[in-house]
Design a binder for this molecule. Structure first.
Ligand code: ZN
Ligand code: ZN
Length: 111
């Protein structure tokens, strides 16, 4: 993939009220193998999770032409499919305060 905008990037998000911390991308992101992830906030786990969202899918047709589409995965909490969650919008999953981003924290680049 090399360098560029398509590389996923996770950053440390932290709550100054309750001390919650998570290293997540914080939004729609493109990572390994060109799959998209989305950050969700699970109300049952009180955790943020990066979950798979879109996945590239190649299909070969009868004429030997290959087509490419994005396959949309069902979004769910990785711990339990029955958990209630919402897309992460910058709030702490524990106490609902606004999370801050630690730019010098343990963020990392996917490679
Ligand atoms: Zn909090
Ligand atoms: Zn959960």
């Amino acid at each position: 993939m090399g360098e560029g905008l398509l590389m996923g990037y996770c950053r440390e998000h932290f709550c100054s009220r309750c001390g919650y911390k998570a290293v997540v991308s914080g939004g729609p992101d493109v990572g390994m193998a060109m799959s998209y992830t989305l950050t969700i906030s699970c109300q049952d786990c009180e955790e943020l999770h990066d979950v798979g969202w879109l996945e590239p899918k190649f299909a070969v047709e009868a004429q030997g032409q290959s087509t490419f589409q994005w396959k949309q995965l069902r979004l769910r909490c990785p711990k339990n499919a029955a958990h209630h969650w919402e897309p992460y919008t910058g709030q702490c999953p524990v106490c609902s305060a606004a999370l801050q981003i630690n730019e010098e924290g343990e963020g990392y680049h996917w490679d």
